[in-house]
Design a protein around this ligand. Structure first.
Ligand code: HEM
Length: 531
């Protein structure tokens, strides 16, 4: 019996020796493997692939892209043991098509996603199954309403004329043209986009970008959306128990997130309350903004006032998240590209100069400027080169660099890889735009011409290849509005001003759920003489 027991329970030195042998063999295997592979992450005992993340923190997106290229578009990321942080990472268009479109019902946002992205409550962006279908039905009706679309398009042109152009005019006149500091352009876009999104949602002018507000800090609500997206990405990277503990302790990024949520709630609930007090008796006041249309939507039986207000709050905050930050990122990277590709800038400028402005704005910033021009979405309809340049920017710098889903049941991907129920699948949209297999050998070049097979015609690329606006039934509802917003702002800026990066500016992507820049983008603004 004693011998049997000692056979079953080896002594300490034996156990230690066995563990050491196991770890040495594992390390040897990994060392051989890692020598064969230059970019793919190695899964180490205990810590998994965390060293890959830490070693590449400064270039996580590019390192992930290199790894995906080496792994032929798909690999499993192993988190630290017991962290439940494993996921399948892919940039394979066939997998995108399969999971997001053909087998859409087999993948949802997952049980953890709504908790990680709880800043948007139970809204459309995090909803699944029946709740998503119900909310998508309402949102599709609102976005498809021609009155809403024309209200939003005219709001974009209006805010460009009354805020963006005068603000840049003021900067061009007031700030020394050769000042080494310049102006923080991502911040300008953040304020502008907030003004557009806020006015589209509530028909109220926040004027975050007014000349008077120029020296004030970013409005609390604008900062809140940014803080929230950064904290949300952190929740994706660290183990769930860690951020839940930080949330419970109310420290660090979790405390900032809680404060950001409080700011958003205060703004939006106040707006709903004011709207209700103005429209007692009627449903939504008959306006064309998002909140009016949502308030006019018939209430489902059994829904309490409180639930209704929360639905309105979640829909409005979700709209601001969907509509605002992605436009900021797109505009910032577009201007980064234009600053570094003067030939593209010249071609867009030539095209815009051939169009008729829809409005003019008197230059008010002093310095002898005359009039500035603004182009609305109708005026920009023929601008196919500008459209192509925007699509090319989104290909290389997708504002939402990742899309995330969870397998509802066991599945098999088109490449034969098995996916177990509950597996998190992350689609790296950033890597998709930089794969030779998808876009050809020149995929790293910025070439709007790839979108223009014939003069004046913009090529359509299927959404499983160009998944910047998602693919399948859950595709972006604001795609055309978003593209129009980017073009309206870009045309006005390019036509009226010269934008140059300040000397030595290094513009890099931030590790975030939205592709913001790491340290902003400082530029010099000058009035364009030919305008
Ligand atoms: C460059 C600009 C934009 C990009 C790149 C973009 C991209 C996306 C992506 C990737 C999704 C899928 C999100 C997910 O399910 O995880 C999405 C959804 C959505 N987008 Fe956009 N978007 C942009 C602008 C806009 C704008 C301006 C609006 C509103 C005016 C908007 C409204 C929406 C809505 C409502 C959804 C939710 C669809 C659903 O879950 O069923 N987007 N967008």
């Amino acid at each position: 019996m004693g011998a049997f027991r000692s056979f079953l329970l080896p002594s300490y030195p034996e156990l230690l020796l066995a563990a050491l042998s196991f770890l040495s063999l594992a390390a040897l295997r990994l060392a051989v493997r890692s020598r064969r592979r230059r970019f793919a992450p190695v899964s180490w005992p205990v810590v998994g692939m965390l060293p890959f993340v830490l070693a590449n923190l400064g270039r996580l997106l590019d390192a992930t892209t290199d790894a995906l290229r080496e792994c032929r578009c798909t690999f499993v990321f192993r988190g630290p043991w017991l962290s439940r942080a494993d996921f399948l990472l892919t940039c394979d268009p066939a997998a995108v098509q399969h999971c997001l479109a053909t087998n859409h019902g087999g993948y949802d946002k997952g049980r953890d996603f709504a908790e990680m992205f709880d800043v948007v409550g139970d809204g459309l962006l995090v909803a699944d199954a029946v709740s998503w279908a119900r909310q998508r039905h309402v949102a599709a009706a609102v976005f498809g309403n021609p009155t809403f679309r024309s209200f939003v398009l005219s709001t974009m042109a209006r805010q460009t004329a009354r805020l963006l152009v005068p603000f840049l005019d003021h900067v061009a006149a007031a700030v020394d043209a050769d000042s080494p500091e310049g102006v923080e352009m991502e911040d300008v876009f953040m304020r502008y986009s907030l003004d557009v999104a806020y006015a589209s949602a509530f028909n109220v002018d926040l004027d975050a970008l007014s000349v008077a507000a120029a020296s004030a800090p970013v409005p609390a609500i604008g900062l809140a959306t940014r803080v929230a997206s950064e904290a949300t990405l952190l929740r994706h990277i660290v183990p769930a128990w860690w951020w839940r503990l930080m949330r419970w302790l109310n420290v660090g990024a979790e405390r900032r997130l809680a404060e950001a949520k409080a700011v958003l709630d205060e703004f939006v609930y106040l707006e709903i309350a004011q709207r209700k007090s103005l429209t007692t008796g009627s449903q939504g006041g008959g306006g064309c903004d998002l909140l009016s249309l949502y308030m006019a939507w018939p209430r489902e039986p059994g829904v309490t006032d409180r639930q209704r207000d929360q639905f309105l709050r979640d829909s409005a905050v979700g709209y601001m998240f969907a509509a605002k930050d992605l436009i900021v990122a797109a505009l910032t990277w577009l201007f980064y590209i234009l600053c570094t590709h003067p030939d593209v800038e010249t071609k867009i400028l030539d095209e815009v100069k051939s169009l008729r402005p829809s409005a003019t704005v008197a230059a008010t910033g002093g310095g002898g400027g005359g009039e500035h021009a603004v182009f609305d979405s109708d005026a920009l309809q023929p601008a196919s080169y500008l459209h192509a340049a925007v699509l090319e920017t989104l290909r290389l710098f997708p504002p939402a660099p990742f899309e995330e889903k969870e397998a509802v049941c066991d599945d098999v991907l088109p490449d034969g890889r098995k996916v177990a129920k509950g597996t998190r699948v992350i689609f790296c949209i950033y890597a998709m735009g930089r794969m030779e297999e998808i876009w050809g050998g020149d995929c790293h070049e910025f070439r709007p011409e790839r979108w223009l097979p014939d003069v004046g015609r913009v090529r359509h690329e299927p959404s499983h290849k160009f998944a910047v606006f998602n693919c399948g039934p859950r595709s972006c509802l604001g795609k055309n509005l978003g593209l129009s917003n980017i073009k309206i702002a870009a045309a006005a800026i390019l036509y009226n001003f010269q934008v140059e990066l300040v000397d030595g500016a290094v513009v890099k992507p931030q590790n975030s759920v939205v592709l913001h820049t790491k340290n902003g983008m400082r530029v010099r603004i000058k009035r364009r003489k030919t305008a």
